[in-house]
Design a binder for this molecule. Structure first.
Ligand code: CAA
Length: 282
């Protein structure tokens, strides 16, 4: 099946990146947000990223206009009815995702592929509320989406060969490297990354070093582009907490248990870069 048009649900950190990447790769994209204000913020982020690329001489303004012309926004899920592929990038909340899929299932034709960009929630829990479990797959991108090369393609037991192949092909068309994973909580990357990020907070809580020195240690000692505490702020402390809770619920292993400091910061609204404060202040 050939994918030409893409619908994206949510224009936050991940959603806006998926929209930008898809439009750059030549797909027509329509993104849905819950309010005009969120939509304007998300689309504004994409415009300014493209503006930066033009300023750096990486893109000319004709190309920029061509990409922007492929993107439209809406607050109405019904406007996504014509899309070949719909990628969901809403918050890590099972009920919210199920509600969104149930609504879309009633709106979209039977051949539309549904893909979740969840960081941790298995596909079968989402697909089960639809009448298209064979056309349901996971496409897990990484932040910042236009830059990070990886996509985890999650194949549920019910995912058909055609749907899986279409998802792999879509990832390749976006110049990403797809890796396959079974339908398990956290997939490959978060299964390994989450304990590491939580351990960095535990190290900070235990007072073994300053946040800066912990980050410098991992950047210069292990060649990571960002230290774990910087990365926590970058991904969003609320997102990491939600992932940790889902993983702890599933595995009941201490490495997935959220440290007190993470819970406290999220409760105080200190969710990282997006709120201006997290582990660090921006
Ligand atoms: N959108 C588009 N492009 C972006 C961008 C964004 N949000 N942020 C940075 N870029 C581009 C820059 O424009 C720049 O492009 P050029 O080379 O064309 O100039 C390039 O990326 C490098 O950016 P910078 O020079 O500003 O900064 P940098 O070299 O420090 O790189 C980084 C920034 C790519 C974010 C790098 O620090 C990095 O790789 N960090 C680790 C990110 C990571 O681990 N992400 C995964 C998080 S886990 C996840 O997402 C999944 C989950 O489920 C939680």
């Amino acid at each position: 099946m050939e994918i030409k048009s893409v619908g994206v649900i949510g224009c936050g950190l991940m959603g806006s990146g998926i929209v930008q990447m898809s439009a750059i790769s030549g797909f027509d994209v329509i993104v849905r947000e819950i309010s005009e204000q969120y939509l304007a913020t998300g689309l504004g982020k994409i415009s300014s990223q493209l503006e930066k690329a033009v300023a750096k001489g990486r893109m000319d303004s004709a190309k920029q206009e061509e990409i922007l012309a492929r993107i439209s926004g809406t607050t109405d899920l019904a406007d996504l009815a014509e899309c070949d592929l719909i990628i969901e990038a809403v918050t890590e909340n099972v009920e919210l995702k199920q509600e969104t899929w149930k609504t879309l299932d009633a709106i979209c034709p039977a051949n539309t592929i549904f893909a979740s960009n969840t960081s941790s929630i298995p596909m079968h829990i989402q697909a089960v509320v639809t009448n298209r479990q064979d056309r349901f797959v996971g496409l897990h991108f990484f932040n910042p989406v236009p830059v990070m090369k990886l996509v985890e393609v999650i194949r549920a037991a019910t995912t058909s060969d055609d749907t899986y192949e279409a998802a792999m092909q879509f990832a390749r068309s976006c110049r990403k490297v797809p890796v396959s994973c079974i339908d398990t909580v956290g997939f490959i990357v978060n299964r390994l990354l989450t304990p590491y990020l939580l351990d960095a907070i535990r190290a900070l809580e235990a007072g073994i070093a300053t946040a800066e020195d912990i980050d410098t240690g991992m950047k210069l000692g292990c060649g990571h582009p960002m230290g774990p505490l910087e990365l926590l702020d970058f991904v969003g402390l609320d997102t990491v907490l939600a992932i940790a809770e889902i993983m702890y619920e599933e595995f009941k292993l201490p490495q997935y248990e959220a440290p007190e400091m993470l819970r406290r910061l999220v409760k105080e609204g200190k969710t990282g870069r997006k709120s201006g404060t997290g582990i660090y202040t921006y």
